[in-house]
Design a protein around this ligand. Structure first.
Ligand code: GAF
Length: 389
């Protein structure tokens, strides 16, 4: 997964100059992410372990009088303008520009004097592939506005604010993982995040040094009912926590899982809880292995995570199951769907010299089932959001 940072940044500048007839004051970038392990644990106050991708969204920006914002998108060719009226209440700007207006709204809600701005967006984070293109847009806009306005908002407080934009302005009930990943990740590291305390630890994840690769396989599966199903999983987890009389499912220890399951009323809820509780433990086990330099050994945990998402949390689809099975059959050390589910990407941990073999096997398995050809690209952990110039 190679990126061309200068190319995306150049495209943002070109878009900016075309829309506004001037040069931007600066450019800010935020990456997409994959989650190594820890799925649907974030809104259960649990643990996640994402890393940032070298694919980025770049925002070129310059201040304009306070109280007005204009943003153009290289992708759609649209320019959207909004003023303070549109950011006094959520939902007044819709479509892709809602992520931009949502950030302005969340900053203002938190009492920050948000500067007016002209912005232009270009990106090579694919949309709808589960690689956090929305969090990348939020974070790129947020870092630009924080810098342009000289706002007092440390990086460790930015994910929560970007999440509010997504939850309350855009209306997507996501957890804190994606915004944390795209803002707080470091190159060469995975981000071990405790989603309750927001404490992070940067875990070295040196794939090259270990002779390994992580392949990101875009399943090309359309996101079938993803929004409604995501909200349903979240509601089910929150209901289970209430029934178990704990603040969140993170508070069910693995040793107490059987007792907890016995107290739940139906098989579906029991499966949802079992996924979350075992997934939290798999994150902790993965982190322990990585701290110990045992990168290969995390493979079975990744595969177990996939089985849990498929059998207990019921969020996989045939395309991602096929990719995982084919990658494992071709010798991957571990493989799993990454992200919210119902499509999106699969990641496979492979010996670096087996990358082509695994990619070819997945492509052949897709051809056999008449699925669209998947894209298979190696990914290395990249830095989080930053100012470029
Ligand atoms: C999506 C959400 F945005 C995250 O908050 C997280 O819940 C993830 O799905 C599943 O782990 O990416």
């Amino acid at each position: 997964m190679t990126n061309h940072p200068d190319e995306v940044a150049d495209r943002a500048t070109t878009c900016f100059q075309h829309a506004y007839g001037q040069a931007p004051a600066g450019r800010w970038a935020a990456p997409g992410r994959v989650n190594l392990i820890g799925e649907h644990t974030d809104y259960n106050d649990g643990f996640v372990l994402p890393f940032a991708l070298p694919l980025r969204t770049v925002v070129a920006a310059t201040p304009q009088p306070t109280g007005s914002w204009t943003v153009c998108s290289e992708l759609t060719g649209e320019t959207v303008s909004f003023g303070t009226d549109e950011v006094t209440r959520p939902g007044r700007v819709t479509g892709w520009a809602a992520y931009v207006a949502g950030v302005v709204w969340a900053l203002r809600e938190a009492g920050h004097p948000v500067p007016g701005a002209r912005l232009a967006v270009a990106s090579d984070v694919p949309l709808g592939a589960g690689l956090s293109s929305s969090a990348a847009l939020e974070a790129a806009v947020l870092t630009a506005l924080v810098d342009l306005g000289g706002l007092e908002l440390p990086a460790d407080q930015q994910p929560r604010l970007a999440q509010r934009a997504e939850n309350q302005y855009v209306g997507a009930p996501t957890g804190i993982m994606d915004q944390s990943a795209v803002i707080r990740c470091r190159a060469g590291h995975a981000l071990f995040l405790d989603c309750r305390t927001e404490r992070v630890e940067h875990i070295p994840f040196d794939l090259d040094g270990a002779g390994l690769a992580v392949l990101v396989i875009d399943s090309r599966a359309p996101h079938r009912h993803a929004d409604g199903e995501y909200a349903a999983r979240r509601a089910s987890c929150e209901k289970a926590a209430a029934l178990l009389d704990v603040p969140a499912l993170r508070d069910v220890p693995p040793t107490g899982l059987d007792d907890a399951l016995a107290r739940l009323p139906d098989d579906e809820t029991r499966r949802r809880v079992r996924h979350v509780v075992t997934e939290d433990q798999r994150v902790l086990d993965t982190v322990a292995l990585l701290r110990d330099g045992q990168v290969r050994q995390i493979g079975p945990l990744l595969t177990a995570s996939h089985a849990s998402m498929r059998d207990d949390f019921a969020i996989t689809v045939p395309e991602v199951d096929t990719a995982v099975e084919a990658a494992l059959a071709a010798g991957a050390l571990g493989a799993r769907m990454t992200g919210g589910g119902f499509g999106g990407c699969v990641l496979a941990l492979v010996e670096a010299d087996q990358s082509d073999r695994v990619g070819t096997a997945v492509t052949a398995a897709y051809a056999n089932r008449a699925f669209p050809t998947p894209t298979v690209t190696p990914a290395t952990p990249a830095p989080g959001a930053t100012r470029l110039d």
